[in-house]
Design a protein around this ligand. Structure first.
Ligand code: NAG
Ligand code: NAG
Ligand code: NAG
Ligand code: NAG
Ligand code: NAG
Ligand code: NAG
Ligand code: NAG
Ligand code: NAG
Ligand code: NAG
Ligand code: NAG
Ligand code: NAG
Ligand code: NAG
Ligand code: CU
Length: 658
């Protein structure tokens, strides 16, 4: 039943697509370890796009999936939107119009879309993205969040770690779609993600290869991908390093759902746009089940609570990795996380044809009352615009009810039937191609690192001395701070780490601090070490990390992301000081696999992974502002790190005296 319907729908899509573009299949003998050698042979040079959106079928050849991303300075509610601001709804859907939340602003865009173009491919396809940077004076890189980059560590898109920033030039990324699941892409440079540089990346596989029992869902449609983001009304750089008199500090103005929303001015309590302004609308029919994929692309410490009026959601995967299905009516996603869920449309009330999707910002941002709406539409006209459900919009003060919830901030794991936390999830169908997960949860790790992270405040007089120029953030008033991991503020080196033959003294770590850093606690601005924190791992190490919030501020929680791996979440604790130092004394078999996990404020998370992917991999807080002030570090996983492709661009400091 499921496969039949899914095939039918996908078949329609495939036929439409295949008549439009070029199909390039990968030859059987293509060299997975160095795909760029094959690209020229495959004739992709003069193409900008190929067709890859299709039903994924067992035995069909993988394809080359080619995309062109043009990065620009652009505007929401700009000239492309014509009379959208005057309530002419059709104009809001004109090509190149980015309505966002109805407010005009300067932004950054990929192909004049928000979110940027989605990538939808089948497992084993070769994803090739030609990034053309047309933002004058601004370098950029694109990171493929959750993609393991086995054999292609220089395609990870981290500036000064795996490549040089792309100037006003182009850079062609090429990497294997190796593990099916829901991912996304975003700029990894500066504050560009919060300015608009992000989009979906979904890898599908033949339905018979999926681990859930047959009938778990009928449809898995590309238009049911949901990208959540936070949105400011000015470019983020305006608030970096900070504006002391800005109240209430650096915060978003709105939440966007697939780039759309309606701005509600919380200072005046007025809606900026009226009910004709577009909202993201998802079309379904009764008596079926649909898979949705939710991506949290946000940048601020405002985790999102996700609900659908009159619908339960059966969560089936997180961060791309399948879990035993678990049914809730509410879940919380932190920046960088993804959740896939299934809704059953045979239980929906018959007296309504449209339902509200309600996203509420909770945690640190709860006091600022951000929420946003989208529409789940059961109507017969799947192209109808401007659908508003009949029920009054749920709001923060008139919310949908919570009966069972996953990932709620500060919920104790196993607290009862209402709250589920990440460690209550059980992974299924572990994919051997996702890395070597043999016994990861069962045997003693041979490397165990406790990594406290923190903010450090500086004294204003000591900080602003002539001739000193340390990076910092000024959150509000006279508060100046930097962030750290293991008391080290991460500093990007002048030239990508991946070019080094081996780790050397230009790097540092907790056991190897440079001389000027050894006076920790001295009270001057140098007492916090500012250097390139690189921890060396051996290929095959079984690594246990305890990420511990050492900060006294108990309002902000920090979602950490590890590049190059998926990890097992072994333990989530609320209080590092009282429980964090106890080591794990039990084993887990089916601990959930993720690449991004939230560390509760004041708490800690214990994760494990086997270091089987040689390369240089960042681990950092996924709040963009925290990464920008140094809440990050890198792992150098030794082994056979493939050398960069010939002609790979280089950069670095220049001084003719050296
Ligand atoms: C690409 O260029 C080559 C050589 O100029 C040509 O043979 C080929 O047909 C072109 N392919 C497409 C799809 O235009
Ligand atoms: C759009 O706005 C322009 C200028 O205000 C006006 O002349 C034009 O009639 C409007 N078009 C529509 C379709 O409303
Ligand atoms: C929201 O209201 C405040 C206070 O009146 C005002 O300064 C601000 O410009 C408004 N924002 C927008 C986008 O209209
Ligand atoms: C609301 O929509 C009407 C048209 O239906 C339009 O004339 C009006 O300008 C809109 N108001 C706002 C604030 O967008
Ligand atoms: C859904 O199923 C019910 C029960 O089988 C049936 O009465 C109803 O007509 C169906 N609705 C649609 C739209 O197919
Ligand atoms: C959601 O699940 C709960 C618990 O199983 C159930 O009581 C409720 O009726 C369900 N709601 C809907 C709309 O299906
Ligand atoms: C569906 O909606 C579109 C857009 O509002 C409209 O142009 C079209 O006429 C509608 N089709 C039907 C069959 O109602
Ligand atoms: C995975 O790791 C285990 C433990 O180190 C090892 O015994 C096994 O051979 C590895 N499997 C593969 C496929 O590399
Ligand atoms: C980090 O710095 C703080 C404050 O300077 C100090 O109290 C703490 O001992 C340091 N921690 C480590 C692991 O060095
Ligand atoms: C702290 O370090 C600075 C810079 O090395 C030094 O000048 C100063 O005397 C030190 N202060 C104390 C109290 O040790
Ligand atoms: C710390 O850094 C040094 C120099 O890069 C390196 O040799 C050493 O292995 C690192 N230590 C750890 C524990 O990673
Ligand atoms: C280890 O497990 C035992 C039994 O489950 C428990 O009582 C004890 O508190 C645990 N110890 C630690 C350090 O977690
Ligand atoms: Cu953080």
């Amino acid at each position: 039943m499921r496969s039949y319907k899914a095939l039918l729908l996908f078949a329609a899509l495939t036929i439409a697509a295949e008549t439009l573009g070029t199909i390039i299949e990968l030859p059987d003998d293509y060299n997975q370890a160095s795909p760029w050698h094959e690209l020229a042979k495959l004739g992709v040079g003069n193409l900008t796009e190929t067709d890859c959106l299709r039903t994924c079928v067992v035995g069909k050849a993988p394809r080359v999936c080619l995309y062109t991303f043009v990065l620009e300075y652009y505007a929401s509610m700009g000239t492309a939107c014509r009379n959208c601001s005057d309530g002419v709804l059709e104009d809001c859907y004109l090509p190149q119009c980015i309505p966002a939340d109805g407010v005009q602003r300067g932004m950054m865009s990929v192909n004049r879309q928000l979110p940027g173009p989605p990538i939808n491919v089948c497992k084993n396809d070769l994803i090739v993205v030609n990034v053309k940077n047309q933002m004058p004076g601004t370098g950029s890189t694109i990171h493929w969040h959750g993609i393991l980059q086995k054999n292609s560590p220089w395609m990870d898109g981290v500036p000064y770690v795996t490549q040089c920033p792309i100037g006003e030039s182009s850079f062609r990324y090429a990497f294997q779609a190796d593990v099916a699941g829901t991912y996304f892409w975003h700029s990894h440079s500066g504050l560009q993600r919060v300015n608009g540089l992000y989009g979906a990346l979904v890898i599908r596989e033949p339905i018979v290869d999926e681990p859930w029992s047959d009938g778990t869902y009928d449809f898995d449609l590309p238009e049911h991908t949901i990208v959540l983001s936070d949105w400011m009304h000015e470019t983020a750089e305006m608030f970096f390093p900070g504006l002391p008199n800005r109240d209430p500090g650096v915060l978003p103005d709105a939440i966007l759902i697939n780039g759309l929303g309606r701005y509600h001015n919380s200072s005046t309590s007025k809606d900026f746009v009226n009910l004709t302004f577009p909202l993201a609308t998802f079309h379904v029919s009764r008596n079926s089940s649909y898979r949705f994929r939710v991506i949290n692309a946000a940048s601020h410490p405002c985790e999102f609570q996700f609900q659908i009026e009159d619908h339960n959601m059966t969560l089936i995967a997180t961060d791309g990795y399948p879990i035993e299905p678990i049914t809730v009516d509410t879940f919380v996603g932190y920046p960088g996380e993804r959740y896939d869920f299934v809704i059953d449309t045979s239980n929906a009330p018959l007296d309504k044809d449209a339902f509200w999707i309600h996203v509420t910002s909770i945690g640190f941002c709860v006091r600022y009352n951000f929420d946003q709406h989208a529409v789940l539409d059961y109507g017969k006209n799947s192209t109808a615009l401007g659908i508003n459900p009949s029920r009054t919009r749920p709001t923060i003060h008139n919310p949908l009810k919570i009966t069972t919830v996953l990932n709620y901030p500060h919920a104790m794991c196993g607290e009862g039937s209402k709250y589920f936390c990440i460690t209550d999830l059980r992974s299924i169908g572990r994919d051997s191609e996702a890395g070597n997960h043999t016994n990861v949860g069962m045997v003693e790790p041979n490397v165990r690192l406790v990594i406290p992270f923190n903010f450090h405040s500086f004294n204003v007089d000591a900080f602003h001395q002539a001739g000193t120029y340390r990076e910092y953030q000024n959150i509000d008033l006279m508060k100046i701070r930097a962030a750290s991991m293991s008391n080290i503020t991460f500093k990007f080196p002048p030239s990508p780490i991946i070019f080094k033959e081996k780790p050397d003294d230009t790097f540092c770590n907790a056991t190897n601090l440079p001389a000027q850093c050894q006076k920790v606690g001295n009270g001057t601005i140098d007492s916090l070490c500012h250097c390139t924190n690189v921890v060396v791992l051996k290929e095959g190490d079984l690594v246990e990390l305890v990420l511990a919030d050492a900060d006294g501020d108990l309002t902000v929680s920090h979602p950490f992301h590890l590049h190059g791996y998926s990890f097992h979440v072994m333990r989530v604790g609320q209080n590092y000081k009282s429980e964090g130092e106890n080591s794990l004394n039990h084993t887990y078999f089916a601990s959930p696999l993720k690449d991004t996990v939230n560390v509760p404020s004041g708490g800690f998370v214990t994760i494990r992974f086997r270091a089987d992917n040689p390369g240089i991999w960042m681990m950092h807080c996924h709040l963009e502002w925290h990464m920008a002030i140094g809440m990050g570090m890198a792992f150098w996983v030794e082994g056979n790190i493939p050398s960069p492709p010939p002609g790979f661009p280089r950069c670095g400091d220049f001084d003719p005296l050296n």
